[in-house]
Design a protein around this ligand. Structure first.
Ligand SMILES: [Zn+2]
Length: 210
């Protein structure tokens, strides 16, 4: 596995890429050499609804192993301020970008209200945010988890957009983009291929497990 630190959305490249790209199976096989994806209690779950790219990104982020300004400065590759480029209020760590940044907090508020799940402690860390599922409706846990992964990914892309293009959207618009992309995921990779946009928008759908 190799890491690149550019602005590309595809952060991960796989040594065993085939002409067609990589399959989830291959990624899991390769990951299994690094972590025990099934047994390690501190690891995040693998979401079958989310793409491999997003699963991997979130796992790395939860370990602070993505190229944030703080991570780069620890490696000696970054000089100068390491403050978050989105809010300017705190050092830019993965936990900050995805959970603690005021911008992220607003995005989460939009998403929690849409998913009709309780508001969380804004100070919790990323692992707790993604692993503590006891307040989520049982028949929607996998969907809600996938939405969390996608939100983390979009917050990182938003950060990259600010850092590299000096452009920033607003939290409400980002939340809408997350809803739209998650809708595609549900239609492609869950059992709910027939779900309508209206059902998805209202988050009032299905009673059986996904
Ligand atoms: Zn910030």
């Amino acid at each position: 596995m190799q890491q690149t630190t550019g602005q590309n959305e595809d952060i991960w490249r796989w040594k065993n890429n085939t002409a067609k790209g990589y399959s989830v199976k291959e990624v899991r096989k390769e990951l299994a050499g690094i972590i025990d994806v099934n047994a390690a209690p501190s690891s995040l779950e693998w979401s079958k609804i989310a793409t491999a790219k997003v699963n991997l990104f979130i796992w790395r982020a939860s370990e602070e192993k993505i190229p944030t300004l703080v991570a780069l400065s620890h490696r000696g590759g970054q000089r100068g301020p390491t403050d978050c480029k989105v809010c300017g209020l705190a050092p830019e760590t993965a936990n900050h970008i995805i959970v603690h940044c005021p911008f992220a907090k607003e995005v989460w508020l939009h998403l929690w209200s849409w998913m009709i799940i309780p508001i969380r402690n804004h100070d919790e860390d990323m692992k707790t945010r993604f692993q503590e599922m006891s307040d989520w409706p049982r028949n929607k846990v996998k969907i809600i988890f996938a939405i969390h992964l996608l939100a983390g990914w979009h917050l990182w892309k938003n950060r990259n957009n600010k850092v590299f293009n000096n452009s920033l959207t607003n939290p409400g618009k980002l939340a809408e983009e997350i809803k739209e992309e998650a809708f595609d995921w549900i239609k492609l990779r869950s059992r709910h291929t027939g779900i309508t946009w209206l059902e998805w928008r209202n988050f009032t759908f299905w009673n059986d497990p996904p």
